[in-house]
Design a protein around this ligand. Structure first.
Ligand SMILES: Cc1cc2nc3c(=O)[nH]c(=O)nc-3n(C[C@H](O)[C@H](O)[C@H](O)COP(=O)(O)OP(=O)(O)OC[C@H]3O[C@@H](n4cnc5c(N)ncnc54)[C@H](O)[C@@H]3O)c2cc1C
Length: 272
């Protein structure tokens, strides 16, 4: 089974600071890490390889320093890394990013058929959760999002069964391969890297593919190929402190009465 995992390098913080003038990320002084959801996706792929055999390839679109997330993936147990890197990719939104990644995956699939594509639920900087579904649409394959468990893979019948974590329910779904899954953190615990994998990862150099090698349409990549423009980014105003109304602990009726009184006084409701 050949599993591809999309991994993104992100700033090591969920509180992304944005330049108010340019609306771009302030990366100075912020170390980079593998997107945490993507590390869980790599772990899931490596576990599948251990159970069913095969190979795990990680793919990333980013600047040359994104090599680091490839090395982190190799340390977890991935076999190969492909970095899609080219100055022309800069400024890509999710539409352009999914185009570039889908082209990279297609090229990989020509070399070796792909059974499963794993992505994180979302990236902790852009936070859109659009890239995984975007890749699936571009490759014309099904997608299952918010996967919290891979129950089984039937390689002979080319079918996978997964559990999806939705807000108020769980969904058990079966799907034919190839399929794209986006995963949540509940899917697994990430292992500590073994010594051989650590040694391999320290020396690892991924293959780098550029725009020319991928034969990409220049109109669909970078700023030119990105219809989204982020006009303003701001933190929402902090909510005021809650108020605890004293009394009514032992009687729901009394508590409801006190609450109604408060709502009347503050004119949130009116007495008719
Ligand atoms: C504050 C902010 C707001 C933004 N808002 C928008 C917006 O509204 N619309 C828009 O189109 N773009 C937006 N962008 C740009 C967006 O960050 C890029 O398009 C980015 O490359 C992908 O989007 P994402 O980070 O939201 O990824 P998500 O879609 O959240 O990522 C989901 C998964 O896709 C995979 N993935 C994503 N990017 C890569 C990559 N480069 N390489 C490999 N795998 C990857 C990973 O598996 C990841 O877990 C915004 C950027 C910032 C900083």
């Amino acid at each position: 089974m050949h599993v591809i995992v999309c991994v993104k390098q992100v700033p090591d913080t969920t509180e992304v600071r944005v330049d108010p003038e340019t609306n771009t990320l302030i990366r100075e002084g912020v170390p980079s890490i593998i997107n945490p959801y993507d590390a869980h996706a790599v772990e899931a792929a490596v576990s599948l390889k251990e159970e069913y055999g095969g190979k795990v390839t990680v793919i990333s679109m980013g600047p040359p320093q994104a090599e680091e997330v490839m090395r982190r993936s190799i340390a977890i147990g991935a076999d190969e890394g492909i970095l899609l890197s080219d100055r022309n990719f800069a400024g890509s939104d999710t539409l352009a990013t999914s185009y570039i990644l889908a082209k990279g995956i297609k090229r990989l699939a020509e070399r070796e058929p792909v059974d499963l594509i794993l992505c994180g639920k979302q990236a902790i900087d852009g936070d859109t959760a659009q890239v995984g579904p975007g890749i699936a649409v571009r490759l014309n394959i099904p997608q299952l999002t918010y996967v919290m468990k891979i129950e089984s893979v039937d390689i002979e019948n080319r079918e996978i069964i997964v559990h999806r974590k939705l807000e108020d329910k769980r969904v058990r779904a079966a799907c034919k391969l190839p399929v794209l899954l986006t995963v949540v953190k509940d899917i697994n615990e990430i292992r500590y890297a073994s010594l051989p994998n650590l040694i391999k990862s320290a020396r690892y150099k991924p293959n780098i593919w550029s725009q020319k090698e991928l034969e990409l349409d220049i109109q669909q990549i970078g700023l030119k190929g990105s219809p989204t423009s982020v006009s303003k980014i701001f933190a929402p105003p902090q909510r005021g402190k809650g108020e605890i109304i004293p009394g009514g602990q032992d009687s729901p009726d009394e508590a409801a009465g006190l609450l109604v009184q408060k709502l009347l006084i503050t004119k949130i409701i009116a007495n008719k």
